[in-house]
Design a protein around this ligand. Structure first.
Ligand code: FE
Length: 338
């Protein structure tokens, strides 16, 4: 009897302590529910803070944040690509935060210098090649893909895609605009077909003999290797991954990340959620479930990632991708990149 009362009192104490917080945080996520929901549930379990999740397409959610303005119920905006995170910052829908926990967990190149957004997982944009058609010794860098030896042999998605815009933005930073434009003209001239489809479609096209090289984000290859679809697994098995620019600045990488909204009513809870997403356990799960790399050091990689080996990543601050985005878009257009 006594212990029952004790338990009841204990339970009351817990519910009081959690209700002392605002106990709620509202998340707009451009990441699919399966890639984030289990972590949010874990967060609720540990913190007592309820998470209300709205998922949608990245650009639609940003538009919604803009139109809702200060009335937006969202506290945290989760999306992919530093270029997009920068757009959200520029659109005035985010606010800067500072957190010693986040500063310690996340390398400075993977977060906005002013604290408007923080990267939560890392992905690399790589060259995949058809194993029985391409000798990897003939591959070097993104810059090398403008070489005429690749004429009619490259598959890549369209220029409206933010991943490609960010890749070109990183090249503008490294090589300058004029050199990158010359490169883009040569690169586009080497396309096997007018760009169409997503990253997986480029690998499928390569496997089907349309092209010999496919430029993709690493996690798409991971997803294809582990796909339930036999055709995807078969396509993935025909290609291998090449890490570009290992002799120079390193392979172009990007992040998925999040920022606290300007309208946040639950700012402290949003920061607490961000800190939770950056902890070692979350990082392991968050990276693993989408075949991405943890943003912080000291977190074990999945077996798929280990099989691809270690690589040198470009260490440029990813806010540069956003800064150079408009120039990249114009340049790709001038180069005839559809
Ligand atoms: Fe993607």
């Amino acid at each position: 009897m006594k212990s029952t009362i004790k338990l009841a009192l204990f339970a009351t104490a817990i519910s009081l302590s959690t209700s002392a917080l605002a106990t709620e945080v509202n998340v707009y996520s451009a990441r699919k529910e399966a890639l984030i929901k289990p972590l949010l549930d874990q967060f609720t379990q540990e913190s007592g803070i309820k998470v209300n999740l709205v998922t949608g397409k990245a650009d639609a959610l940003l538009k919604r944040l803009k139109s809702e303005g200060t009335n937006s119920p969202a506290d945290l905006f989760i999306t992919t690509d530093a270029g997009r995170l920068h757009r959200a910052k520029e659109a005035g829908v985010l606010q800067p935060i500072s957190s010693e926990i986040l500063d310690a967990a996340i390398p400075s190149n993977y977060r906005d210098p002013e604290g408007y957004w923080h990267g939560l997982s890392v992905r690399a944009r790589v060259i995949t090649y058809v194993k029985d058609k391409v000798d990897p010794k003939t591959l070097t860098s993104y810059e090398g893909l403008a070489d005429t030896q690749w004429k009619g042999r490259i598959c890549i998605r369209g220029s409206s895609n933010i991943y490609n815009q960010s890749l070109v933005a990183s090249m503008i930073e490294a090589d300058g605009e004029a050199k990158t434009e010359t490169w883009a003209k040569g690169f586009v001239g080497n396309f096997a077909r007018s760009p169409k489809g997503g990253d997986r479609d480029q690998v499928k096209a390569a496997a089907a003999g349309v092209c010999d090289l496919a430029i993709i984000n690493t996690y798409y290859l991971g997803a294809m290797i582990h796909s339930k679809d036999e055709n995807e697994r078969a396509a993935a098995s025909k290609v291998a991954l090449f890490w570009p620019n290992q002799e120079g600045r390193g392979t172009h990488v990007n992040v998925s990340g999040a920022g606290v909204t300007k309208a946040a009513k639950n700012r402290a809870e949003a920061i607490r959620l961000l800190e939770f997403l950056a902890n070692k356990q979350s990082q392991n799960w968050y990276a693993r479930v989408n075949h991405e790399y943890p943003v912080r050091a000291g977190v074990e990689w999945s077996d798929t990632l280990k099989a691809w080996g270690t690589f040198k990543a470009d260490t440029v601050n990813l806010s540069v991708l956003g800064k150079n985005n408009p120039a990249a878009v114009r340049l790709m257009d001038r180069a005839g990149w559809k």
